[in-house]
Design a protein around this ligand. Structure first.
Ligand code: CTP
Length: 399
């Protein structure tokens, strides 16, 4: 998988930079072309001569080098690799990446490249645990940056903890996995996914909403797309980035969401992860409602919204082959989810307890309720719940 691949290896300032030489050696031995990039900090720990000798190719260091710009140019260089690897990635370098800075050749390259990116962080345990680094890693992960390590163990400062650069063999294995074509069991299948809250207007400036962030639904859309499905993601108002390779349909209200889902049919798979408002105002005011001093507020009259999951599960002509609903419960989770599955007519229910910080949070502990029983899944990050669900869907409907 690695033979013939072009790997841009960026070495940044960490005492573990010497291990990058071993990584470069392993990659070359496997037949890869290693294009070395060294930051100013990196050059304090390994010499350009050593890196160049092992990579077998000129080291790129200077954004402002006239000679280099004349021969290749930094944008051309950024377009060259199949994969960009940053090993070691220092705390400072990761922060620059998260901010999108481009103040040297290595960071400019990362902004300009379209290639997938793998980072291997290396730093002191306290720097790794710092909220700034934690937030930077979350930002990078949400942009699709892959991460290997760090490991735990003895550090240069005679301390111990998480922050050690992953071993060159581990980084090599991660590179191999990233460059291997991933299986596409859902190729040729169409999936419709709903995500986020709905907003039900009260008047032109106010609405009824809920705490859904869209994290779980968007992650499911991304996971299904990663397995080769053509995905239509019908989303309420959220602050999530659009998942890669997914067709977005943006809606506000439950009725708009139902119309968008119906328009997206036929589909082989439907996953209803949205937290649809059960009620809307019976008639939204066309002008901003004014308070009248001394008068009691006007009561809000509510009307029931259509149930999208139930409507599609009972669709006479275009019911998708597999319909998956969610159940947000705060008590009797399994029992309520089981009755909900029967009532709504879907095949599976992903039941989650939303009594804690699940809504808007990063993790989810779910139970998969189907005709064959209940599976309890461990508490997992929402993108891992999504990956597992997509895998199960692929086993059920994949070719
Ligand atoms: N759902 C839907 N349309 C609605 C309400 C809910 O499609 N109008 C879907 C959700 O996307 C989810 C499932 O139904 O997949 C269950 O949502 P939940 O809020 O748990 O159930 P409700 O039907 O609202 O039941 P209750 O509030 O009584 O628990």
């Amino acid at each position: 998988m690695i033979s013939g691949k072009r790997i841009l290896l960026t070495v940044t300032g960490s005492v573990s930079a010497y291990k990058a030489l071993e990584l470069a050696r392993l990659l070359r031995k496997a037949g890869a072309r290693v294009i070395p990039v060294l930051t100013e900090g990196g050059a304090r720990f390994v010499t350009p001569h050593a890196l160049q000798a092992i990579a077998g190719e000129a080291v790129h260091e200077d954004l402002w080098s006239l000679a280099e710009e004349a021969t290749i140019g930094h944008i051309k260089l950024a377009r060259l690799p199949d994969l960009v690897v940053v090993a070691p990635a220092s705390a400072d370098f990761l922060a620059k990446m998260a901010l999108g800075l481009a103040d040297d050749l290595a960071t400019t390259m990362l902004l300009a490249t379209q290639a997938p990116i793998l980072v291997a962080p290396a730093m002191n345990w306290a720097m790794w645990a710092h909220p700034a680094t934690v937030a930077n890693m979350a930002t990078l992960r949400s942009r699709g940056v892959q991460v290997i390590g760090p490991g735990e163990g003895a550090m240069a400062e005679a301390e111990s903890g998480p922050g050690r650069l992953a071993e060159p063999a581990e980084i090599f294995a991660a590179i191999e996995a990233l460059l291997s074509p991933s299986p596409k069991p859902l190729a040729g299948k169409h999936a419709v996914v709903t995500s986020g809250p709905t907003h039900e207007p009260i008047d032109p400036v106010r609405y009824i909403a809920n705490r859904s962030s869209g994290k779980q639904g968007h992650a499911i859309a991304a996971a299904l797309a990663a397995l080769g499905a053509r995905v239509t993601l019908v989303s309420g108002p959220v602050h999530q980035p659009d998942p890669k390779g997914v067709s977005m349909v943006r809606v506000e209200s439950a009725r708009e969401m139902l119309a968008a889902v119906e328009a997206a049919l036929p589909a082989d798979i439907a996953v209803f992860a949205a937290a649809v408002a059960d009620w809307r105002t019976a008639a939204a005011a066309t002008q901003k409602m004014k308070k009248v001093p001394g008068q009691a507020p006007a009561p809000l009259e509510l009307a029931l919204n259509p149930d999208i999951l139930s409507t599609i599960s009972h669709h006479a002509t275009q019911r998708p082959g597999l319909v998956v609903g969610f159940a947000a419960e705060t008590e009797n989770v399994i029992e309520n989810a089981t009755t909900k599955r029967a009532r709504k007519g879907c095949d599976w229910i992903v039941a989650n307890d939303v009594s804690g910080d699940v809504m808007g949070g990063a993790e989810n502990a779910v139970h998969l309720v189907s005709a064959s029983g209940v599976e309890d899944w461990p508490r997992l990050p929402k993108d891992e719940v999504a990956a597992r669900l997509a895998q199960r869907i692929a086993e059920a409907v994949g070719g």
